[in-house]
Design a protein around this ligand. Structure first.
Ligand code: CA
Length: 501
C-alpha cells in the first residue's frame, strides 16, 4: 500500500502521465479495479477501515487525531489465529504507544506519524531505531528481510506500507531527473467552482495558492530577521506567494541553488504544477522499483502462484484536477483508490472489475481468500466472487463516504457524507451544522450535490435541483438513508424530499 497514490499515476490506469512497469505487472497478470472507493478520504481513518473491516463511526478513527484502540479486533489478529505469520512494515499512522501501536502482528517496524523520506526513525517492536537511506528502499528491504526469515512451512500476511508518495514528495536522488518533459495539465486545473457546493471554492488545497516552499523543494531568498534552523523550518512551511505582480518573486531550488523568476501569473502557476506533479511522480518511481523487487522475490521463491499480491493506496489524490492537490473530498480523484490484485489460482490475467468495492471490504476479502471465517462485527463484504470474474447480480455496488474533519486550519475542507452507485453520486454538506445529532441538522446552511458520473465525469455540474433529476435524487437519498441505517451511522440531514419516508 502507498500513501496518497492516485490511480491516475499508475501506468495501467491509462492516464499516460507516468510509467510504472512493475505495478502494471500486477494488472497484466491479475485484475484492475476501476471503482474501488475509500470510506473516508484521509490517511488514518482509511487505514483503520482496512484493518478492522468497519466504518469509522464504529472503529472510532474518524479523523487524523483519533488513534486506533489496538484492543479492537483486526484482520491481522484473525489471520494470526488462523495460522498465519503476520508483519506490518512502513507507514502505520494509527497512533503510538501501548494502546495505539500495531497489534496482531508477529513483527512490526513502523514510521512514527508521517515519517521521514531520508534516514527515517522507525519504531520496531516498541523500540526506536534510526536507519540511514531512503524510506521506500528501507521499507522494501525490511519486508524482504522478514520474508526471508519467516517459517516457510506456514502461510504469511505482510502489510508493506510505503510513505511515498505523501507530501512533501522528496524523490530518491537517482530519480530527481525523471520526467524532464512537461506533464499535461488537467482540463479542470483552472476550475472556477461554479455550480458546486461552497466547499469547493473554500478549500485551501489549491496548487496556485496553497503549496509551501517545502512541498516544492524550494527555499526563499536569504533575508528577513529570523535566523537559524527553526526559522528555516518555519519559512519552508510558508505558502509560496501567488501575487498579481510576479516580477519580484524569486524561488530557489533547495538542492541545486537554481533561481527561478517569472514573467506572468500563468507562468508561475505552470511552474508550481510541473514542479508538484514531477516530484510526486518521481517518488512513485521508487515504489515501482520496490514492487518489482517483491514480485521478483516471489518468483525466485516459487511463491507467485500461491500468493495474493495487492497494490492499493489509503485513498486517491488530486493531481491538479479542480486546481487541487490533497484529498479529503468525495469527488472522484480523491475518492477512488487504485486496487490491483494478482492471484493466478482465481484471478484471470489482464482482467478488469467495474463493480463498486470499498476499503471496508478488504478485511473480509482477505479472510475469505485465506479460507477463514469472516467475523460478524465486520461491516464490509468479501468480494472474492468478483475476483473469480463474471457479473454478480447480488453485489450491492454502493460506496458510502463520510469525512468528519470540518474545516481543519490547514485545508479548510468541509465535512460531508454521501453515497455513490455505478451512475450517480449524492453528497450532503452539513456545513456549520457540524452534522451532530440533536444539532440544527445543518439548517439553512446545508447543501446537497448530485453528480451524473456518466454524463459529467469531471463533476462540474451539480444537478441536485435540476427537475430532470428529481427521481434520481429521491432514489439516491433512499440509498443513502438505507446505507446509514444498515451501518449505524447517524444522519445529520432531515428528509429533503417531499413524500420521502
Ligand atoms: Ca494518505
Amino acid at each position: 500500500m502507498a500513501d496518497d497514490h492516485a490511480a491516475k499515476a499508475i501506468g495501467c490506469y491509462g492516464a499516460g502521465i507516468n510509467q510504472t512497469p512493475n505495478l502494471d505487472r500486477i494488472a497484466t497478470e491479475g485484475m484492475r479495479f476501476n471503482h474501488c472507493y475509500v470510506t473516508n478520504s484521509i490517511c488514518t481513518p482509511s487505514r483503520a477501515a482496512i484493518l478492522t473491516g468497519t466504518y469509522n463511526h464504529v472503529n472510532g478513527v474518524t479523523t487524523l487525531e483519533t488513534p486506533i484502540d489496538n484492543r479492537l479486533p483486526n484482520v491481522a489478529k484473525h489471520l494470526r489465529t488462523g495460522g498465519y505469520q503476520t508483519a506490518m512494515i512502513g507507514k502505520w499512522h494509527l497512533g503510538e504507544g501501548e494502546l495505539h501501536q500495531p497489534s496482531g502482528f508477529d513483527f512490526w517496524s513502523v514510521l512514527p506519524g508521517q515519517g521521514e523520506y531520508f534516514d527515517p526513525v522507525l519504531i520496531e517492536m516498541g523500540k526506536e531505531v534510526e536507519v540511514s537511506g531512503y524510506a521506500t528502499d528501507i521499507i522494501t528491504d525490511k519486508s524482504l528481510d522478514w520474508l526471508n526469515q519467516r517459517n516457510p512451512d506456514k502461510p504469511f500476511f505482510l502489510m508493506c506500507h510505503h510513505k511515498a508518495p505523501h507530501r512533501e514528495w522528496e524523490p530518491h536522488p537517482q530519480h530527481r531527473q525523471l520526467y524532464q518533459a512537461d506533464i499535461q495539465t488537467p482540463e479542470t486545473f483552472d476550475d472556477d467552482y461554479k455550480n458546486r457546493a461552497k466547499a469547493a471554492a473554500q478549500a485551501k488545497m489549491r496548487i496556485k495558492d496553497d503549496m509551501t516552499y517545502a512541498d516544492l523543494g524550494l527555499v526563499q531568498p536569504e533575508g528577513g530577521s529570523e535566523v537559524g534552523e527553526r526559522a528555516r523550518d518555519k519559512s519552508l512551511r510558508r505558502k509560496i506567494p501567488n501575487p498579481d505582480d510576479v516580477s519580484a518573486l524569486r524561488l530557489i531550488d533547495k538542492d541545486t541553488g537554481e533561481i527561478f523568476t517569472f514573467q506572468s501569473k500563468a507562468e508561475l502557476s505552470h511552474f508550481k504544477y510541473q514542479r508538484y506533479i514531477k516530484r510526486y511522480l518521481r517518488t512513485i518511481a521508487s515504489i515501482d522499483d520496490s514492487v518489482g523487487r517483491l514480485l521478483d522475490y516471489l518468483d525466485h521463491q516459487n511463491l507467485s502462484d500461491n500468493t495474493v499480491v495487492i497494490y492499493t493506496s489509503d485513498q486517491g489524490f488530486f493531481l491538479g484536477e479542480h486546481g487541487w492537490f490533497d484529498k479529503r473530498f468525495m469527488y472522484e480523484e480523491s475518492f477512488q483508490m487504485p486496487f490491483l490484485i494478482r492471484y493466478p489460482r482465481i484471478v484471470a490475467q489482464a482482467s478488469m472489475c467495474d463493480h463498486v468495492v470499498c476499503n471496508v471490504d478488504f478485511a473480509a476479502t482477505f479472510l475469505d481468500l485465506a479460507g477463514l471465517q469472516i467475523p460478524s462485527y465486520m461491516q464490509g463484504n468479501s468480494f472474492l466472487s468478483l475476483l473469480a470474474g463474471g457479473p454478480d447480480g447480488s453485489w450491492p455496488d454502493i460506496a458510502y463516504h463520510r469525512y468528519w474533519m470540518h474545516r481543519d486550519p490547514d485545508h479548510n475542507a468541509y465535512a460531508h457524507y454521501g453515497i455513490r452507485n455505478q451512475r450517480y453520486k449524492l453528497i450532503y454538506w452539513y456545513n456549520e451544522g457540524m452534522g451532530l445529532p440533536g444539532t440544527n441538522h445543518g439548517g439553512e446552511d446545508r447543501e446537497w450535490e448530485l453528480f451524473d458520473c456518466e454524463k459529467d465525469p469531471l463533476e462540474l455540474f451539480n444537478v441536485y435541483s435540476d427537475p430532470a433529476y428529481q427521481s434520481v435524487v429521491i432514489h439516491m437519498t433512499r440509498l443513502l438513508d438505507k446505507k446509514m441505517a444498515e451501518i449505524g451511522d447517524e444522519p445529520a440531514h432531515s428528509s429533503p424530499n417531499p413524500g420521502h419516508p
